[in-house]
Design a protein around this ligand. Structure first.
Ligand code: ZN
Length: 191
């Protein structure tokens, strides 16, 4: 388990309650067994870009019970895992809806919630999406381990990924409201 960027620790946004820390360490250890060498990258919230924007779930990162975790990305050419995500600030690299999948963010955007994709818009100039592939298998494994951990109360994810990763049989996955940042670039995990 490592911070996705020094920013999250530099801004002192890496504190969680002992129970959440234990849960994350246990999940990270189980990831090691299934996918040796893999790192669980934690993000957080409250970094300067989003100050003043109504990104609701990040306001809830105040009580030590919440943490955001990155999805897994690979280098498209070498197939090797990326250290963290291709975004310079961790957020905004989305496993977007494929043709035929429900696009919740577009739905919200169409209803006037334009800021749902703000972090995606901010991140996109910094990387070429074609150079990276979404690691569905490892991301699914992380999601399952989180859902199966007794300390984890709920995990926010966008509906198309809940479906694509086959997570519908778990009762811990929720979709966020339109006032939230989109959640097809990270898991929001809480006790
Ligand atoms: Zn969050």
């Amino acid at each position: 388990m490592q911070p996705e960027s020094f920013l999250f620790t530099a801004f002192n946004r890496h504190y969680v309650r002992p129970e959440l820390r234990r849960a994350l360490e246990e999940v990270a250890e189980q990831m090691q067994i299934r996918h040796p060498g893999s790192v669980v990258w934690y993000l957080d919230a409250n970094f300067p870009f989003i100050d003043g924007y109504p990104l609701e779930p990040h306001f809830s990162h105040k009580d030590g019970k919440k943490v955001d975790l990155a999805f897994f990305w690979n280098d498209a050419k070498s197939g090797k895992p990326m250290p963290g995500t291709p975004s310079p600030f961790g957020y905004g690299v989305c496993a977007e809806p494929l043709p035929g999948e429900y696009d919740y963010a577009a739905d919200c955007d169409g209803r006037g919630f334009w800021y749902i994709s703000l972090l995606k818009t901010l991140a996109e100039p910094f990387f070429n999406k074609e150079n990276y592939t979404f690691d569905k298998e490892k991301t699914r494994e992380l999601a399952r381990l989180l859902a199966e951990h007794p300390s984890v109360g709920k995990v926010l994810i966008q509906p198309h990924l809940e479906k694509r990763l086959g997570l519908e049989r778990y009762d811990k996955f929720r979709q966020h409201g339109c006032k939230a940042a989109r959640h097809d670039d990270h898991f929001h995990v809480q006790l």
